[in-house]
Write a new protein. Structure first.
Ligand SMILES: Nc1ncnc2c1ncn2[C@@H]1O[C@H](COP(=O)(O)OP(=O)(O)OP(=O)(O)O)[C@@H](O)[C@H]1O
Ligand SMILES: [Mg+2]
Length: 361
């Protein structure tokens, strides 16, 4: 006889991140944090590897092209996204895969109708029986442990790799939102550009990211300044490998403008709230989620720039998928009923501002 547990265990929450796809199974927690990458053979067109093992193949052979199927938080390559998701579902559901899961997927608040269709196709092809979509800032708020269902307004900025998604939340729904195409990957690109300019060395995105993670910060203060990291790139003149030492100060200077773009997005997002709510925000402040919320000094920098208290939420990088899982479990029965719920092709659109449902208007 099947226990309740086996049944509920199939409930699957997914965060299709531009950098990392996260999957949560009810009763088991976050079972997958897989780089959103596939390696394809140019010659045969076959998928050779996916996730971490695909990323390890980067630049190893001229026959291999890396595909990043999820861009700006939504599927850009529908077939590859579907492949990745199906693989994760099969791997982690094990024998229970024979029964199709209920699935909830977090999506950017500014989801377009085309992206909507792609998410839907990927989820159903991966075996979803029923699908709900939830806007990322709302899911992230719940996953960060904020109370999203009462009347108190909370504001969340989910700062990922390619998207900064700011949501103002009350009564279990998104009151308003703003999304900008900036995030951690913008910081990595800024590091690559500066190292190219000042050291004549080409860095890989992975090397740039590792420099950022080791010594990056949003503020030119503290220990970060004196810390250094050694990265390897390719000398632009000779074409040979060359090590470069980057200091915290140098990385901070490289990423400063990209950090400002993130802060600008936050400012616009916060500016969307009504005057009644605005004054509340001075007390409540805003919560940062997503991987880039961990950038040292970003919370303080946002505070100096906007005057609002900003704090990284609990489980910042996993917040969206954890919140999505909580909705699926029914921890927040009111979410999805406020302020609008509409059905289309069996898909439930959870908690968008009225008339804001992508694909339905
Ligand atoms: N400690 C850290 N300091 C600074 N940046 C970090 C840290 N940890 C992770 N990041 C950055 O966070 C980003 C990944 O965040 P996240 O996993 O939330 O993105 P994603 O959900 O895949 O992307 P998106 O939400 O934009 O589609 C990467 O750019 C990564 O370099
Ligand atoms: Mg994300």
């Amino acid at each position: 006889m099947r226990s309740m547990w086996t049944y509920s265990c199939r409930d699957t929450a997914v965060d299709l991140g531009s950098a990392t796809v996260r999957m949560h199974l009810n009763g088991r927690g976050v079972v997958a944090r897989e780089p959103a990458v596939l390696a394809r053979s140019r010659q045969t067109g076959r998928i050779l590897a996916l996730g971490a093992s695909a990323r390890a193949l980067a630049g190893r052979s001229t026959d291999i092209s890396l595909i990043h199927p999820i861009r700006q938080g939504a599927p850009a390559e529908a077939d590859e996204t579907e492949y990745l998701l199906r693989h994760l579902v099969r791997t982690h559901h094990g024998r229970r895969y024979t029964a199709k899961p209920r699935m909830v997927v977090c999506v950017p608040s500014g989801l377009t109708p085309v992206q909507f269709d792609a998410v839907q196709a990927a989820a159903f092809q991966a075996g979803a029986r029923r699908l709900s979509l939830v806007p990322t800032p709302l899911a992230a708020a719940a996953g960060a442990g904020l109370s999203v269902t009462d009347g108190e307004v909370v504001i969340v900025a989910d700062i990922g790799a390619e998207v900064t998604d700011i949501g103002i939340i009350a009564f279990g729904g998104l009151v308003s939102s703003h999304m900008a195409k900036v995030g951690g990957a913008s910081l990595d690109r800024a590091i690559i550009a500066q190292v190219r300019r000042e050291h004549d060395v080409a860095l890989s995105p992975v090397a740039a990211e590792s420099a950022k993670l080791a010594v990056g910060s949003a503020l030119p203060k503290g220990k970060q300044r004196t810390r250094r990291i050694l990265v390897h790139g390719r000398d632009l003149a000779s074409g040979l490998p060359r090590p470069v030492v980057l200091t915290g100060a140098e990385v901070q200077r490289a990423i400063a403008r990209a950090v400002d773009a993130i802060v600008d997005a936050v400012r616009v997002g916060v500016g969307r709230c009504s005057p009644e709510i605005s004054s509340d925000l001075l007390h409540s402040g805003l919560t940062l989620t997503g991987g880039t919320a961990r950038l040292p000094g970003l919370d303080r920098y946002i505070r100096t720039e906007t005057g609002l208290r900003a704090e990284a939420g609990q489980n910042a990088p996993d917040a969206a998928v954890l919140g999505a899982a909580a909705f699926l479990r029914g921890d927040y029965p009111r979410v999805g009923r406020f302020p609008l719920r509409s059905e289309r092709h069996g898909v439930t659109m959870g908690a968008w501002p009225s008339r804001g449902c992508p694909g339905t208007t």
